[in-house]
Each structure stands twice: as C-alpha cells, then as structure tokens.
Design a protein around this ligand. Structure first.
Ligand code: XIL
Length: 370
C-alpha cells in the first residue's frame, strides 16, 4: 500500500515536471504570432547555465544569431562547418519550434575569397552567381525540411532606397538577389523565403525594397515576407512610422516578420540609427551611463516601449507572423558592442541574471489580452 502510494507520488512529480509550462511570453501571443529568439552556440549546446530552459519556456521560434552566416558555416572554399547548424536544427525539432535560417546572402560576415578567384582577382558575374548558388544548395539543402523559413537576402538597400554598393552588387548587379531567391526556392520549396533589412520603417528605403520585391513577384520569384529587423531605441522610430511600414508591406502583398527586435536604452552617437555594422564608435562615459544598473526612468521607459510595440504588433496580427527578439538576455546582446564598443546595455526581455523583466512581462500580459 505504502509502496503503491509512493510510486504514485513519484510518478505525479515526474509527470508534472515534464508538462510543458504554459505561462511564457510565447503563450501570451500564441493566437497572434510566433515569439522567437536569436540563439548562440553556447545556448544551443546547453553550455550556458540556465539559458536553455528559458528558451524552451518562453519562445516557439528560433533564429541563429551568427552560426549560419557565410563566414561561420562556409569559412573556406572547400570547408563547411555544420556543428552549430546541426545542433541548432536539432534543438528546433526538439522544441517543435518554427526554425529560421539566417542568412544566405549578406555583405557582412562573408569572407573575401567569395568574391575572388585563386589568384585573388575579382570573380566575374557568372562565377560569383554559381558560387552563391552552390552555397545555397549546400546549406539550405542540408537543412531542407528542418528550417521553416530563410532570410535569403539581407540588407541590400541604402537608406535612400538605392542598392548598396556591396561586392555582390558591384560584380553581379541586382541579379544576385533574384538568383538567390530562385535558388532557395528550388532547393527547399516548402520553406518560407524572406527579404530582411533594418530601417524598413523609413519610407525611402522601403520604397526600394518593395519595388524589387514586387518586381520579383511579377517575374514568378517567390518572396513570402519582408523582415523588419526592429533594432529600435527608446525614442525612435515612432509607432506611426513602424505602422506605416507594416501596412504598406501588407498592401504590397507580403507578410511582415519582425526579425531582430531589441530596444537600445543608451544614448546614440549621431548618424548611428539602425544597424549598419560598419558604424563603430569608441567607448566613453558619456555613452555608457548605466554601468552599475539601469536608471529607474529608463527602466520604466523600456517597459512602456515594449508594451507600445507589442500593442502595435497585436493590432496587425493579421499581417505579422512572427516577432523575434535579437538575443535572450541583456548580458549577451550585440548592443553591448554596437554602435559603441564595450557598453552595458539593457535591450532585451531578460536581464543579466537571466530573470524575466517583470514590469515588461506584466505590460505584455495586458497588451496580449487586447
Ligand atoms: C549581429 C550579431 O548579433 C553579432 O553577434 C555579430 O557580431 C554581428 O551581427 N543585422 C543582422 C544580424 O541581420 O545578423 C546582426 O547580428 C545584427 C544586424
């Protein structure tokens, strides 16, 4: 008798500890859109203490912060490195998460050899496109059926809507963009395909993006959604500007994905709006005011900014399929090093001790019920 009830108690404990928890951020918005998080290698492998349980509890979509970018996954012509990618998609499968690939073609984090022949001279257009397509074949092909959506092309426009003069563009013109989408579709037609950029809220930049996206659509090239990265600050861009972006993208016939959301709470040097990685300033106390903790005013503003942003996303849930945070917690955010190196920033939903910011969460709860 005693034994039976002990077994019963034990089984109840085991069973209830295995039940998926239903009070995460993802559960607040489960009727609206996926809630994603960008993860790094330490988190995927479970080496960062405490991170993995939070990822599983609060998120139902994953993005790879760096590990699938060209220079990491394909560092040398004949060398591919799939350790991160394999562990990453395995985690995605285990969590039954909507798993994103980021990114197939970008001007950053891409080795110089990609654009050169063996003698170090610039490749011609056909060879560059063949190399790009081969890369897409190998990477997207390996994860076919395991990655649900790809950022196919990242950041190819300037702020005024003209094409960025990257090596891709200098050698291949805009054809590299079209070929990348065509190839990604050929390799994995079941995956969603995205064009992703920062400052999509800016009308001039968005005009260039949507012109090209519509042109591709008219030519039968599939583009499912436009990724608005969402690297915002406490003060800008305005909700109105972001909303115009969401509405215009939807009107042009594309879904919206908020792909890299974070809120910079620190002062920004002039001309550092957005997420252009070429911008980098040296540290100084003026730009690093919260080394020993965020001020109560900034903390309150952060909670309100997140509430306002999610209220806007919630209002447009018919257009938005996913909102992804660019990192799990403040301690690992790229905004500790961009656009000024070595700062103490507070841009995410979890603090440096991996604690959910309760004031943000309380506000999101209210917004999610509206
Ligand atoms: C960032 C990563 O977060 C950093 O760790 C890395 O050093 C640089 O890239 N736009 C993008 C992301 O599309 O891939 C960038 O991620 C941030 C800006």
């Amino acid at each position: 008798m005693l034994r039976t009830s002990l077994t019963f108690i034990l089984l109840t404990i085991i069973f209830s500890s295995q039940k998926p928890k239903k009070n995460g951020v993802k559960d607040l918005f489960k009727e609206s859109f996926y809630i994603g998080v960008a993860v790094n290698g330490q988190q995927v492998s479970g080496k960062e203490a405490g991170a993995l349980p939070l990822i599983e509890e609060h998120f139902n979509s994953l993005s790879p912060e760096n590990g699938l970018k060209w220079s990491l996954v394909h560092p040398k012509p004949e060398v591919y490195s799939f350790d991160f990618g394999d562990a990453y998609v395995a985690l995605g499968e285990k969590m039954d998460a909507f798993t994103i690939g980021h990114c197939l073609v970008w001007h950053q984090q891409v080795p110089n050899w990609v654009f050169e022949n063996e003698s170090g001279e610039p490749l011609d257009k056909d060879k560059l496109l063949a190399r790009m397509e081969d890369h897409i074949q190998t990477v997207a092909g390996r994860y076919k059926g395991k990655i649900d959506g790809w950022d196919v092309v990242n950041e190819v426009f300037n702020e005024d809507g003209t094409f960025r003069e990257s090596k891709w563009y200098q050698i291949a013109g805009k054809d590299f963009i079209k070929n990348a989408f065509r190839k990604a579709y050929e390799v994995d037609p079941a995956a969603e395909l995205y064009y992703n950029d920062y400052n999509v809220w800016k009308a001039s930049k968005r005009a260039g993006i949507l012109k090209l996206a519509k042109e591709m659509k008219a030519e039968g090239i599939r583009v499912d959604a436009i990724g608005m990265q969402g690297h915002y600050t406490l003060g800008g861009p305005s909700l109105d500007e972001i909303e115009k972006g969401i509405i215009e993208i939807a009107e042009a016939g594309f879904k919206v994905v908020i792909t890299e959301l974070d809120v910079d709470v620190l002062p920004r040097p002039n001309n550092s709006e957005g997420a252009d990685l070429n911008i980098n300033f040296a540290n100084s106390p003026e730009y690093n005011p919260f080394v020993n903790g965020i001020s109560p005013e900034a903390e309150a503003k952060l909670a309100q900014r997140y509430a306002d942003l999610f209220q806007l996303f919630q209002k447009h849930k018919d257009k938005i399929t996913r909102v992804t945070l660019w990192g799990l917690h403040d301690g690992k955010s790229w905004l500790n090093n961009f656009p000024v190196r070595g700062r103490t920033n507070y841009p995410l939903l979890f603090d440096r001790d991996l604690k959910l910011k309760e004031d943000v969460f309380a506000k999101l709860k209210v917004v999610s019920k509206q």
